[in-house]
Ligand binder design. Structure first.
Ligand code: GLN
Length: 500
């Protein structure tokens, strides 16, 4: 078994383990984004929910996914260790997607619940394992996270594109029996999740001591009992999640509690650290707060934007026929894959000229890009046909701009979390970073439902106008937040100490 020292002293740009994690995460995100790209549409067309209900429940399901990443991170740190957590999460995700593949209509919420808990165990732990491949202060970590993020989006791209297209019979329809298209689409998500888990189990020996159990010092029996309790608790919570996702007022309650509780926990931990370390932790919390707003805008993608795509977009992209939902699910990921490294090079180019913006300003820029992108969505209404169908090209251009916003915030945010948190608190802080996006998802659902509600019982053209006006509002909010962030950047910079 390689020692931590040997792993972290790797030569070249990337440790080889990163590639294994890259592929495992790529397949997991294929499954995750494949499924989530179908949820809102499936709820409306197959389960008969209206867009408002579907938007809220979609938002709730996504909020729970990311809320459980916090809990999954904590449990990994305290009981299972990252590797076992990841394995258990993968198993739950496979079971969830098989349930959906067998009978998505009857067992919809059960399948979703399995996926929520499974992702909670999988996602934060694979991300913090990436952080552990690097020594503290190794400046190759940023590049590592960028590569990992490309893997995330490679999976998201294929999953987001293929699953919904199979479900809607836009692709491979001759191979899929009529009436079974949704089973096949969810089935694909389960097959790729198996590939993800196999990739991990076949390569995990290369991780040496990384991610092993934190309870190895205990007698075997005690360790086993704690592990079994964790597994059992994660199954017992499933019915509660089903209720909370389908009755969204419980989601509200849950969200009121989990965020403040996590902040109290961090404050409690602060007594163990120096003033300098605590200042960095406060900076990390501020980044998280801003990121909530970001995800609330960005995550319109799976909710309101998927209705907008289904109702109001034509199906011509650069002259070729393309399903607008597939484009909405996957264009952003494609842009991330293409532009992530170019933007990285651009930052390096600026750094050489001592002009590279710091992390806070980059976050601020992220909001400005989102503002422009949503303004473009707003302008789509001016290019509409009388039946309310507008340009898929312009819409895709909006996503192109928003992608730069995401690249200014998301991979950089993950990396800065590992830099701002003391070693002992890394998993919790990474979990909280994702928990912040749970709040983003949650607010995204509320915002999206507001837009959908205003457009109920209207013609397709009126819907277009309501959605477009909604996006204009979001553009204005994003602009305001971006400007605030850039203005307060000197204050946050002081808290960050030597971290750039
Ligand atoms: N798109 C990224 C991923 O799936 C970011 C998710 C998030 O932080 N909310 O990993």
């Amino acid at each position: 078994m390689s020692s931590l020292e040997q792993i972290q002293n790797f030569k070249g740009k990337y440790p080889k383990q990163l590639w294994y994690l890259f592929f495992s995460e790529m397949w997991e995100r294929f499954s995750y984004y494949g499924m989530r790209g179908m949820l809102a549409f499936f709820m409306v067309t197959q389960l008969g929910l209206n867009e408002t209900e579907a938007g809220l429940q979609y938002g709730a399901s996504q909020a729970f996914v990311y809320a459980f990443t916090f809990i999954g991170g904590l449990l990994a740190d305290k009981v299972l260790g990252k590797r076992k957590s990841l394995f258990w999460g993968g198993i739950l995700m496979i079971i969830g997607s098989i349930i959906l593949a067998v009978d998505p209509k009857t067992y919809f919420f059960l399948g979703i619940a399995f996926n929520i808990v499974g992702t909670g165990f999988f996602k934060p732990n694979i991300s913090s394992i990436v952080g552990q491949l690097y020594k503290e202060g190794d400046n190759r970590a940023d590049a590592g996270f960028s590569l990992f993020y490309a893997g995330v989006n490679l999976g998201a791209f294929f999953g987001g594109l293929l699953c919904i297209n199979i479900g809607k019979r836009e692709m491979f329809s001759s191979l899929v029996p009529v009436g079974l298209e949704w089973n096949v689409a969810f089935g694909l998500a389960s097959v790729v999740m198996c590939i993800s888990l196999l990739t991990f189990t076949r390569t995990q020996h290369s991780l040496g001591p990384i991610g092993l159990s934190p309870l190895d010092h205990l007698p075997k029996r005690n360790k086993l009992i704690q592990e079994i309790i964790t597994y059992a608790a994660s199954l017992l919570i499933l019915p509660i999640i089903i209720i909370m996702v389908s009755k969204t007022e419980y989601t509200d309650l849950f969200m009121y509690i989990v965020g403040p509780a996590s902040i109290i926990y961090v404050i409690y931990e602060m007594k163990n650290f120096t003033a300098k370390e605590n200042k960095k932790l406060i900076a990390a919390l501020l980044f998280m707060v801003f990121s909530i707003f970001f995800w609330a805008f960005f995550e319109q993608s799976g909710g309101s934007l998927s209705f907008f795509a289904a109702n109001n977009l034509d199906n011509k992209l650069l002259g070729f026929e393309n399903d607008p939902n597939g484009v909405n699910n996957s264009a952003n990921s494609l842009f991330v894959i293409v532009f992530a490294s170019l933007l990285g090079l651009f930052w390096l180019w600026l750094a050489k000229r001592k002009m590279e913006p710091n992390t806070i300003v980059k976050f601020g820029l992220g909001f400005l890009f989102v503002a422009i992108g949503f303004y473009i969505f707003y302008t789509c209404q001016f290019f509409s046909s009388p039946n309310g169908k507008t340009s898929l090209n312009l819409f895709t251009f909006g996503w192109f701009i928003i992608t730069f916003g995401e690249l200014c915030l998301s991979p950089i945010g993950m990396s800065v979390m590992t830099k701002l948190s003391p070693q002992k608190l890394q998993a919790v802080i990474m979990g909280m970073w994702f928990l912040a996006s749970a709040y983003g998802q949650y607010f995204a659902g509320l915002l999206g439902a507001n837009i959908a509600e205003a457009s109920e019982h209207s013609t397709n053209f009126e819907k277009l106008i309501v959605y477009a006006e909604g996006y204009k509002q979001l553009a204005i909010y994003a602009l305001i937040i971006g400007v605030i962030m850039i203005l307060v950047s000197p204050l946050i910079k002081k808290l960050m100490g030597d971290v750039k």
